[in-house]
Write a protein that binds this ligand. Structure first.
Ligand code: GLC
Length: 440
């Protein structure tokens, strides 16, 4: 089979390259022009993997720019602000977070005070894996430079976020999941007290929380963390939102395996990372698997969150997932609740859930990054039929609607912002990976 791109694939590749070139700022890539004008940590992880196929030096620069925002305790903030832009041009901007007032944070730039799905080690390793022979030495030196920063990031998660004590990292805000308004957060958010004098929730006609009220809850959670100077005591003892999310922890596990591999490549000991990986693997099964799928665990309520979302499939990234769990997840993915009834899988929420909404962000639409993660996981497990389905559906989405932020899962129409960087970057990675596998 040919290892070259077809004419149509070449056109797609070039269109994706134009998006990444246009969104490059000189040291990183904005998720989309206008709407998201700073750097987001998980976006940059995805984007770097596309850049690695296109402009390698930018891929490295992208990851390093994210780590410029790293706090001394190892936290990798989910947003690094571009100080050349007006301070009030974006909300939640630097004045909400006040990162520079916290000891041990970067002095020369502003960041958020939350983290995001820890995909950076996975991205760094993928950059290395797609380096050609002439780039290998430089690539190894880059990994050696990044390794201590990645170790600090993982240590922070293990020491400050393993609040359940069994190996998983808890998120303390929906934004840390990357799936901001997922229905998984409805229950823990509704348990949150909002001071009525400071926040004025608008009620929807049905009496439920409006998007505005959710927004107040997001901001309330940030001010609780900020007012405690992002301290671990408040987090552990008082913070009202603490959830062990399957996608966040699957990213953590995949990156821990990648860290072990990076350790080997740079002449360090992989054993501690492999021990960490074994612990995360065990805890995912013991704590989040209920026999049907993985669910988020609300640590404050002490209960699994009933709604099933695309995050439930995140542990497909676990290379040691036991075969029965793998089979059960694959069946659910292909069932009428997900891929089986959507023209363009995978919807972000169970189609049969009352929370499903085909138009709203993480409450139903399909996203390129989650499709890509599931493609990666199913490919690694040899589930080629599902991997091919995801590959085809993902390319069909962008061919039909362009590099949109997210898409209607029934008709593939585009929604949210245009020229969205990770949609372009991950399409490049998909095309390049397919070409490489045909060449092999
Ligand atoms: C949206 C997405 C989040 C992403 C951010 C920047 O908030 O929900 O996952 O990181 O945009 O693209």
């Amino acid at each position: 089979m040919s290892s070259r791109l077809t004419g149509d694939e070449t056109a797609l590749w070039q269109a994706a390259a134009r998006v990444l070139d246009a969104n490059w700022t000189g040291c990183g890539t904005v998720p989309s022009p206008g709407l998201y004008p700073h750097l987001w940590s998980w976006d940059s992880a995805f984007i770097s993997m596309g850049l690695a196929r296109h402009r390698r030096s930018r891929a490295e620069r992208e990851l390093l720019s994210v780590f410029r925002g790293q706090w001394e305790r190892g936290l990798v903030p989910h947003i690094v602000f571009n100080s050349e832009l007006p301070r009030f041009g974006y909300f939640p901007g630097p004045d909400l977070w006040r990162s520079r007032s916290v000891p041990g944070t970067p002095r020369d730039l502003d960041t958020s005070g939350l983290t995001g799905p820890p995909l950076q080690a996975l991205a760094a390793l993928r950059l290395h894996q797609c380096a050609d022979a002439g780039e290998a030495e430089h690539s190894r030196a880059f990994l050696a430079r990044l390794y201590p920063l990645l170790v600090a990031q993982h240590r922070h998660l293990a020491e400050e976020r393993d609040i359940g004590g069994e190996g998983l990292a808890a998120i303390c805000h929906p934004w840390e999941s990357g799936m901001d308004d997922s229905p998984s957060w409805d229950r823990p958010l509704s348990a949150l007290d909002l001071p009525p004098s400071r926040y004025a929730p608008l009620r929807t006609a049905g009496g439920g929380a409006s998007a505005g009220e959710d927004h107040d809850r997001y901001v309330r959670l940030v001010t609780l963390l900020r007012d405690a100077r992002y301290g671990t005591g408040q987090l552990r003892d008082e913070h009202p939102f603490l959830v062990e999310d399957p996608l966040f922890n699957a990213a953590y596990l995949a990156s821990t395996h990648a860290l072990a591999e990076i350790a080997r490549l740079v002449g360090r000991d992989p054993a501690p990372h492999l021990e960490d990986a074994a612990r995360i693997h065990r805890a995912l099964l013991d704590r989040l698997w209920d026999g049907e799928c993985f669910r988020a665990l609300d640590l404050r309520a002490g209960a699994l969150i009933p709604v099933v979302t695309v995050a439930s499939f995140g542990p497909l990234l676990d290379p040691d997932l036991p075969p029965p769990a793998l089979r059960t997840l694959a069946e659910l993915l292909l069932s009428a609740r997900f891929g089986g009834a959507a023209g363009y899988p995978v919807p972000s929420c169970d189609l049969q859930s009352t929370s499903f909404d085909r138009t709203r962000y993480w409450r139903g639409p399909t996203w390129i990054n989650t499709n890509w993660l599931l493609w990666l996981g199913t490919s690694a497990h040899g589930l080629t039929v599902i991997a091919d389905l995801l590959y085809g559906a993902t390319l069909r989405l962008v061919r039909q609607s362009g590099f949109r932020e997210y898409f209607d899962p029934f008709d593939g129409s585009g929604r949210g912002s245009h020229d969205y960087s990770w949609s372009a970057a991950l399409v490049m990675d998909l095309l390049a990976a397919r070409r490489a596998s045909h060449a092999a």
